[in-house]
Structures are given as structure tokens and as C-alpha cells.
Design a protein around this ligand. Structure first.
Ligand code: G1P
Length: 298
């Protein structure tokens, strides 16, 4: 089983300005928690014991979030606020957390390369810090990826989800080959193709399992037009070398919530808040009233 994960969180989040002007998009709250907390808790649920966050300038609030705050603890303990103390239990997360910085933003491939010493000789997961898998981050997808990786001796396993044709230009898209019920072998993949050129509608969904051989591939990748080293190109090299690269199809209950733009951020927030056991039912009532009063309804 895979026990380590790299979580790239170095991106600028420009599609979410001004909300992300001085705070990382990974720290935006979705219902009660910041996005990155769902990601870290999902990884712990999937037996990940070591996590490396690849951060950048202006991302220090992520480190602060996972660190303990003795003053806050003292205040809540003295005030006997047991319920609020319970909200800080995640600080005792059953995983070791490490941080490193990508000094210049040169793309996702380059950010992953920052984790080479951390990974060492072991396979590892990459979990994008702006994508939540499953409602409230409850997903076993990484465990299944890890099983496939080990049993089928793969060099790479990628989680994929089917997207509408007009959305292929936002994702890495795989060219699928033979497979079984929940996985297929990948022949090739293309980064953000136009729908007319997309080899399928299966999109790379923010979770990858890699053998450390990927680092050599990343080093061979040429920067794209924007000067970025794409991880998709490095995986393409694995395919060309005849390595076993597999796609795991996300099960329906593991819907992916991609917090890369406002429409998907709003939808995710509302969906998660509605599913909140404490506040969800009242919010549902209020939303119904708001929708009934909305001028679009008249
Ligand atoms: C990245 C990857 C892309 C993948 C996407 C998933 O793109 O390059 O292949 O489909 O994440 O969220 P980004 O969203 O960083 O542009």
C-alpha cells in the first residue's frame, strides 16, 4: 500500500480573484472547513501516513491551519468550550506533515518534482489541493488506486471522471485502451484539448499514484507555451516507454468537487452546506423560500 502523498498547493488561484488576493484558494472554506482540510482528512482515511505540501509565497496560512495554537487551546479549555475544542481535533491528525516551497511557479510537473527527496524510492500519491473527492471528502478512491497500483504493477494510476464534451478543454483527457469494470489501460493523454481533438471524455480528476520513475520523466519534459512543466506530458512519456499507466474510473458517489472557479466553488459550498447534519435542514428551508421569492420565478 502507498503511504505517502504530495499535495501541490502552490498555484496563484487567479480564477478566484479577489477572494484569493492574499489567501490561498486551498484555504477558502467550503461549508465548515477549508478545502485543504478535506483533502488531508481524505488522505488519512486512505492510510496515508506522510504528507508533503508543496507551497509557495503567501501560503503560510496552510501551515498555520495544521499547526496547534496553544493560546486558542488555553482560551477554549478555560472557557470549557468542549464542542469547539472538538473542532480542533484534526490538529492531531494521524499523519506526519511536511512542507516545501516551489520557489518559481513552473507548473504542476515542476511542483511534483519538488517532492523527489520526500518520496525517495517509494511510490506516492499526488492529491491536488483544490479538488475534494466525495461529499465532505469521504472517498476510498485513493485506497483503490493504491491496490491497483500494487496488484497490477503499474507505474502510474490516475483517477478519471467523465465530463461533458465542451469541458475537455479544462482537463487532461485520456485515450483509453483495454481494461476491466472500474479501470482501463491508458494509451496516451492530452492536456486540455479542444473537444474536436479530445480522445475521449475521461478527464484527469486530481488524484494520481506514481512510481518514483515519474521524476525522470518530469525532467525530460519541455516547458509549454506558458513556460510550465505539465505532469500530463511526463505521464505521456511513461505511456511512450510502454510503462503500465492505468485510469481508475471514479465511482458515482465519489463525485469530484473542483474549486478552480466561482461557479464550481459556489455549487460545492451549497451542496456541502445542505448536507451538513446540523445546519443543512434550515438552510434548505431558507433556500426554498429565497428561490420562491426570486424574480426569475415570477
Ligand atoms: C490540472 C491538470 C489537469 C487535470 C486538472 C484536474 O490542471 O493539469 O490535467 O485534469 O488539474 O483538476 P489545472 O486545473 O491545474 O489547470
Amino acid at each position: 500500500m502507498i503511504r505517502s502523498a504530495i499535495i501541490p498547493v502552490a498555484g496563484h488561484g487567479t480564477r478566484l480573484l479577489p477572494a484569493t488576493k492574499s489567501q490561498p484558494k486551498e484555504m477558502l472554506p467550503v461549508a465548515r472547513k477549508p478545502i485543504v482540510q478535506y483533502v488531508a482528512e481524505e488522505l488519512v482515511q486512505n492510510q496515508i501516513e506522510n504528507m508533503l505540501f508543496v507551497t509557495g509565497r503567501s501560503k503560510t496560512s496552510i501551515e498555520n491551519h495544521f499547526d496547534s495554537d496553544p493560546e486558542l487551546l488555553r482560551l477554549l479549555t478555560e472557557g470549557k468550550k468542549d464542542d469547539l475544542l472538538g473542532e480542533l481535533k484534526f490538529e492531531e491528525m494521524a499523519a506526519k506533515i511536511f512542507y516545501t516551497r516551489q520557489r518559481v511557479q513552473r507548473g504542476l510537473g515542476d511542483a511534483i518534482l519538488c517532492g523527489e527527496s520526500f518520496a525517495g524510492e517509494n511510490p506516492f500519491i499526488v492529491a491536488l489541493g483544490d479538488s475534494i473527492l466525495g461529499m465532505h471528502g469521504n472517498s476510498r478512491c485513493v485506497t483503490r488506486m493504491s491496490e491497483l497500483f500494487t496488484v497490477l504493477r503499474a507505474s502510474c494510476v490516475i483517477a478519471v471522471e467523465e465530463v461533458p464534451a465542451e469541458e475537455t478543454r479544462h482537463y487532461g483527457i485520456v485515450d483509453p485502451g483495454e481494461g476491466e469494470s472500474d479501470w482501463v489501460r491508458i494509451k496516451n493523454l492530452v492536456e486540455k484539448p479542444d473537444p474536436s481533438k479530445a480522445p475521449s471524455r475521461w478527464a484527469v480528476a486530481g488524484r494520481y499514484a506514481f512510481s518514483p520513475i515519474i521524476f525522470d520523466m518530469i525532467r525530460r519534459v519541455q516547458p509549454d507555451k506558458r513556460g510550465e512543466i505539465q505532469i500530463t506530458d511526463a505521464i505521456q512519456l511513461l505511456c511512450e516507454e510502454g510503462k503500465r499507466v492505468l485510469a481508475l474510473k471514479l465511482p458515482k458517489q465519489d463525485k469530484r468537487y473542483d474549486i478552480g472557479n466561482f461557479p464550481s466553488y459556489f455549487e460545492t459550498f451549497v451542496e456541502f452546506a445542505l448536507a451538513d447534519p446540523l445546519y443543512g435542514p434550515d438552510l434548505k428551508k431558507r433556500l426554498r423560500e429565497l428561490l420562491a421569492d426570486s424574480p426569475d420565478n415570477s
